[in-house]
Ligand binder design. Sequence first.
Ligand SMILES: Cc1cc2nc3c(=O)[nH]c(=O)nc-3n(C[C@H](O)[C@H](O)[C@H](O)COP(=O)(O)OP(=O)(O)OC[C@H]3O[C@@H](n4cnc5c(N)ncnc54)[C@H](O)[C@@H]3O)c2cc1C
Length: 418
Amino acid sequence: MIRASTNLSKIMAGEQRKRNIVIIGGGIIGSTTAYFLSHHENFNKETDTITLLEATKIAGGASGKAGGLLALWAYPSCIVPLSYKLHQELSEKHGGAERWGYRAVHCGQVDMYGILAKKNNQSATKGHSVSLEKRSQKAIGLLRAAGVPKDLDWIAAEGLQNYEEMGTPLTTAQVHPYQFTTSMAQLAEEKGVKILYGSATSIAQNSGAVTSVSYTPKGSSDEEKTLPADTIILTAGPWTKTLWPQAPISALRAHSVTIRPSKPVSAYCLFTSIDLPHPSNPRKSTTVTPEIYARPNNEVYACGEGDHLIPLPTTSDLVQCDQAKCDEIVAQVGAISEELKNGDVTAKQACYLPNVEGRGGGPLVGQTSVGGLLLGAGHTCWGIQNGPGTGKILSELVWGGKIESAMVESLDPRRWGL
Ligand SMILES: Cc1cc2nc3c(=O)[nH]c(=O)nc-3n(C[C@H](O)[C@H](O)[C@H](O)COP(=O)(O)OP(=O)(O)OC[C@H]3O[C@@H](n4cnc5c(N)ncnc54)[C@H](O)[C@@H]3O)c2cc1C
C-alpha cells in the first residue's frame, strides 16, 4: 500500500481544511485525474478548489491523436486490469459508446506483402495494380487458409503471409482518444473543476512542500500569475521535464492519419508487418509496421513508427507534422487494403509520446518526495488504456492518503529517487 507524504497526511487528518489542488496538463492523464478527484466523495466544491491548468487545448497532444486501443494484455500489469474495468464502467455510466466511440474489438497481428498500387495508378510496389476481387471464393479461401477470421475481409488475400489473433472482444476494446479526453474534462468541469488555460512556468516550494504554481495565461506572454496550491499533480506528458527537470521523461514524435474507407470495415485493430518491394529493385524489400485501427463512424486510424528528428516544441500547437511521413503511412496501409487505398484521407497529424528513460517502463504515478507534489506521467504507448486507472489512484492518494484500488508500488516515483 502506498501512503502519502507527511504534508498530505496532515491535510487528510483535517489539520488543513480547504484544499487547493492544481493539475498541470489537460491530456488524458490530467483530465481523468480531474474527473476522479471531482467525483470523489471527499470533494466539497464549496470549500475545495480543483484547477486543471492546460497550456494550449484539452487533448491537444498525444491524448487527442493516439489510436485508442485498450487491452487487458497491455502493460504494466499492475494497473491495466483496473484501468480496463474503469473504461467499461465510465462508458456504461456516461454513454461512452455514442459519446467517445467505446466498443469491444478484435485484434490481430498480420504479416503481409504490400501488393496494391497507389490510387493514381502509380505503383506502391511493383508497378502493377492487382485487382483482388477479394470477396471472390478464391480470395476468401486464401484468407481462411491463413486463419483470418471470417469478418476480417478488408485485407488483400493475395498479400497475406500470416495472421495471429492477439485479442478478442473479451480482452480488447477501443475509444476515440480525443472524444474520451475532452469528455472527461467536461464531466469534471460539470462537477466543479475549474479549467484554466495557461502555461505553468514553475512550482514553488517551502520547507519541502509545494506552495504555488506560476503560470502565463494563454495569449499573454509577459503577465505571470500565481495559483496557491497545497497539492500539485504534474500530468504534462512529454513536457513534464520542462517543469521538473529530474523527471526521467523523454519525448518521441509519431505521425498518424485517419482515412474514410471506400466501404465500411469490420471492427479490427491490426498490428502489421508489411514487406514493400523497393520501387526500382523488386528483389529488395523494406519491412514497415503501421498499426491500423478500424473505428466506429466509418473511420480508420493508422500510425507509423516514431522519430527523433525534431525536438519537442514548447507547446502542442507548435508540433511539426511532416506531410511526407503521413503520405508514407497512407501508401503502406493502402498497399494491403483496397478499402484504405480507395478511401479519403481525413487527417494527417503528429504528436509526442511520453517515454520513461532508463530502467523500468513506467509510468510514474504517485507521491514524490516533495510534499504535496504528485506525478502522473510517462505512460508510453499505453496512456489511453491506463488513463482512468491513473486518475483513480491519484484521486485516492489525494483524498484518502493511500492507494486502495491496485497494488502499484512499482510505479511509485520515489523508486526513481524523485
Ligand atoms: C501515435 C500514437 C498512438 C498511440 N496509441 C495509443 C493507443 O492505441 N492506446 C493507448 O493506450 N495509448 C496510445 N498512445 C499513447 C498515449 O497517447 C499517451 O500515453 C497519452 O496520450 C499520454 O497522455 P498525457 O496526458 O500524459 O500526455 P499529453 O497527451 O501529451 O498531455 C499533456 C498535456 O500537458 C499540457 N502541458 C504541457 N506543458 C504544460 C505546462 N507547462 N502548463 C500547462 N499544461 C502543459 C500539454 O499541452 C498537453 O495537453 C499512443 C501514442 C501515440 C504517439
